[in-house]
Design a protein around this ligand. Sequence first.
Ligand code: SF4
Ligand code: SF4
Length: 215
Amino acid sequence: MASESKTDEEFPKSLTNICNGPLTECKECGLDEKLMCRYELKDTIIFIIPFIIAFVPAIIGIILSGYGLWLIPFVGYLLFFFLIWENRMLCSHCPYYAEEGKTLKCHANYGFPKNWSYHPEPMSRSEQIQFLIGVLIIIGFPVLFLILGGQYSILVITLVGIFLWLGVLLFRACKKCLNFSCPLNRVPKKTVDEYLKHNDVMRNAWEEKGYKIGA
Ligand code: SF4
Ligand code: SF4
């Protein structure tokens, strides 16, 4: 059941494609207690703080170690990853991609353009592997250059930030994320099934790929 503390004003009246119904149904549905199916700014803040703790010192350390020019291809890779590659293999399968408008309105990639069409079916095995490789490159780049540059104290701060970030992902964001086929997703099957009953487009696409509700 939805939290008693929520007021009607907290539930927007506009339509969304996050699920079948208008958001006015959220109060009765209550799934937003278990899932991030309604955008909340606090989720973005919690997601982004450890990312900043990890990557801002890493960038400073790479510049101090004389490898600053390598940040140019790294930034190019980040743009490619977030705007093109991840946008297709991960985000295009997420219900947030089905929302109206040209940009995402989710906790992790708020404001990023939707450069592909929506794919309600689950991620393929190849896409899951691509996602893990893409994330490993993002983590591996600063770690490699901090080691090469001998910036060991900054490396420790970066690693703490990376572990904090992974902790936030695995113990918070991934336990409530709507992109159930992401390899990091940890939403229990019972909750996935409950949600799919609220999203016919996604449910049909998943069942066509062999998913069974309640199995
Ligand atoms: S599944 Fe839909 S109706 Fe239920 S809480 Fe989430 S957005 Fe609201
Ligand atoms: S919640 Fe995650 S998978 Fe879904 S659109 Fe946002 S960043 Fe992509």
